[in-house]
Design a protein around this ligand. Structure first.
Ligand SMILES: NC(=O)C1=CN([C@@H]2O[C@H](COP(=O)(O)OP(=O)(O)OC[C@H]3O[C@@H](n4cnc5c(N)ncnc54)[C@H](OP(=O)(O)O)[C@@H]3O)[C@@H](O)[C@H]2O)C=CC1
Ligand SMILES: CC(C)CCC[C@@H](C)[C@H]1CC[C@H]2C3=CC=C4C[C@@H](O)CC[C@]4(C)[C@H]3CC[C@]12C
Length: 241
C-alpha cells in the first residue's frame, strides 16, 4: 500500500472536496442561494477533479519522490489540508459573499482559465517525459530540450524541456496555481483578510518550494542545471522573479 497516496490523495484531498460541499450547503441553509459562493465551490471542485485526472503525474513530484511519509506529510495532509485549504469556503458560511454577480462570473472565468493552464504546464512535462527520446510537438514545433547529465548517477542523463511553458519560466505551473487560488478566494472580497488565508499560505509554500525543488535539481544535474537556468532565467513570472 502506498501510504502517501492514502494520506495525500485519498484522505486529504477527498476531505477537502467533501468539506467544501458541506460548507456550501450550510451557507445556502443560512443565507439562501448566492452565485459567488457557488463559484467558490465549483472552482475548487474543478481543481480537485483536475488533480485526480492527473494523479499519476503527482507520483513524480517532490512529495512522493523526495519527502518521506513522516510528520510533515502525514499531519499536513490529514489535518492542515482539511483545515486550511478549505478555509475560504468555511469563512463564507458565517459571512455571505458581498461581490456582484458580474464579479463572481469574472472570478469564475479567471479560475477556469488558470486551472486549465496549470494542468497544461504539468501535462506538457508529462507528454515530453513519456515521449521516446523526448520527440514530441509543443506549441506546433518539435520540443527543444537540454540533455542533463545526472551527477548522482554518472553515465546517466535526463532531458530538461526548454519549449512550451517550460521555456517561459521554470515553475509556471505554480504561477497559474496561485492565480487559480486567488480566483476562488475572490468571492470573499470585501470581507477582510481572512478569506484569503489559504492564498497567503500558498504564496509562501510555492515560493519556498521553487528554492527547495531547484536545490534538488542543482544537486542532481550540476552544470546542466546551470545551463537550463541560463536558457530559462525566471522562476515564476518572466522579467520579475
Ligand atoms: N496546492 C498546493 O499545496 C500545491 C500544489 N502544487 C501543484 O502540484 C503540481 C506539481 O508541482 P511539484 O510537485 O512542485 O513539481 P513540478 O511539477 O514543478 O516538478 C518539478 C520537477 O520537474 C522536473 N523538471 C524541472 N524542470 C524541468 C524541465 N524543464 N523539463 C523536464 N522536467 C523538469 C524536475 O524533476 P526531475 O528532473 O528529477 O524529474 C523537478 O524536480 C503543480 O501543478 C503545482 O502547482 C505543488 C505544490 C503545492
Ligand atoms: C505543515 C505545513 C506547514 C505544511 C504542510 C504541507 C503539505 C500538507 C503540503 C506540501 C505540498 C502540498 C501539495 C503538493 C502538491 C499537490 C498537488 C495539487 O494539485 C493538489 C494538492 C497537493 C497534493 C498538495 C497537498 C498538500 C501538500 C502535501
Amino acid at each position: 500500500m502506498d501510504v502517501k497516496q492514502l494520506t495525500n490523495c485519498r484522505v486529504g484531498l477527498m476531505a477537502w472536496q467533501l468539506l467544501i460541499i458541506a460548507f456550501y450547503i450550510a451557507g445556502v441553509e443560512r443565507h439562501g442561494f448566492n452565485i459567488a459562493a457557488l463559484v467558490n465551490l465549483l472552482l475548487q471542485s474543478m481543481y480537485l477533479a483536475k488533480f485526480f485526472w492527473w494523479e499519476y503525474g503527482y507520483f513524480n513530484t517532490l512529495d512522493i519522490i523526495l519527502d518521506r511519509a513522516g510528520y510533515y506529510i502525514c499531519w499536513g495532509c490529514l489535518v492542515w489540508v482539511p483545515c486550511l485549504y478549505t478555509f475560504s469556503s468555511y469563512y463564507l458560511v458565517a459571512h455571505p459573499p458581498q461581490i456582484s454577480n458580474l464579479a463572481a462570473v469574472g472570478a469564475a472565468l479567471l479560475g477556469v482559465a488558470t486551472t486549465l493552464l496549470n494542468y497544461r504546464v504539468d501535462y506538457e512535462k508529462q507528454v515530453f517525459r513519456s515521449a521516446p527520446d523526448g520527440k514530441c510537438v509543443l506549441w506546433g514545433k518539435p520540443a527543444r530540450y537540454i540533455v542533463a547529465n545526472l551527477v548522482t548517477s554518472p553515465g546517466k542523463s535526463r532531458k530538461l524541456l526548454v519549449s512550451g511553458f517550460w521555456g517561459v519560466a521554470r515553475h509556471l505551473n505554480y504561477t497559474f496555481e496561485l492565480v487559480a487560488t486567488l480566483a476562488w478566494c475572490l468571492p470573499g472580497w470585501g470581507l477582510g483578510l481572512w478569506p484569503f488565508l489559504y492564498f497567503y499560505f500558498l504564496v509562501a509554500l510555492l515560493v519556498h518550494r521553487t528554492f527547495r525543488d531547484e536545490e534538488k535539481c542543482s544537486a542532481q544535474y550540476g552544470d546542466s542545471w546551470e545551463l537550463y537556468c541560463k536558457e530559462v532565467p525566471y522562476r515564476l513570472v518572466p522579467y520579475v522573479f
